[in-house]
Design a binder for this molecule. Structure first.
Ligand SMILES: CC(C)(COP(=O)(O)OP(=O)(O)OC[C@H]1O[C@@H](n2cnc3c(N)ncnc32)[C@H](O)[C@@H]1OP(=O)(O)O)[C@@H](O)C(=O)NCCC(=O)NCCS
Length: 157
């Protein structure tokens, strides 16, 4: 792991990193949801397509991607009335606990705010306390695939 400064840039400005980000997100979530790597990569392309209203940010160590976070219109089909959502939030294990996740999340919150959203949503079973520290509150809890999830919201004033 290098100690060089880590840059946070829009994913569309670093298109060469998309396939690596897709591999992380597919390994972490997509595969378990039955999506192939190609489907996950196509989803990322759609997210950063001009006019999508969605956004992606990647953390770079030099040219190497080390983290990613997305702003998507919908991340939970059963709650399609809520929008937008944080999704695909991932930092490479060797780079964790260096505030890279915090910076990626801040970029996504900023993009949601710029897009005029009043609230931002996510669901998690792994990082509730992280989000709480940044002003997110639990709206409800629900089980999914044998895990206990929290549906969380953040007001964007
Ligand atoms: C969640 C994740 C993106 C955080 O990335 P990160 O770069 O380590 O985050 P940060 O360094 O900005 O951490 C911010 C704070 O939250 C804490 N934190 C980090 N991960 C946490 C977690 N999973 N749960 C609770 N707190 C966490 C850190 O300790 C840090 O606090 P500190 O400054 O007192 O040490 C990363 O752990 C990850 O990729 N996990 C696997 C995928 C995942 O669970 N994503 C979230 C899905 S909703």
């Amino acid at each position: 792991m290098s100690e060089r400064p880590i840059a946070i840039v829009p994913l569309q400005d670093a298109p060469g990193t998309l396939s690596i980000c897709a591999r992380w997100l597919n390994g972490e979530w997509g595969q378990a949801e039955g999506h192939s790597l190609d489907v996950t990569a196509d989803w990322l392309r759609d997210v950063i397509a001009p006019g999508s209203g969605e956004a992606g940010f990647v953390a770079l160590d030099g040219r190497a991607p080390v983290g990613v976070c997305l702003l998507v219109a919908c991340d939970l089909d059963s709650r399609a009335e809520l929008t937008p959502w944080v999704s695909g939030f991932y930092v490479l294990p060797g780079y964790r606990r260096r505030s890279i996740g915090t910076r990626l999340l801040r970029a996504v919150v900023g993009a949601a705010r710029s897009g005029g959203a009043a609230n931002l949503y996510l669901y998690t079973h792994t990082a509730e306390s992280l989000y709480r520290r940044f002003g997110w509150r639990v709206m409800e809890r629900f089980p999914l695939d044998g895990k206990a999830f929290a549906l969380m919201a953040k007001a964007l004033e």
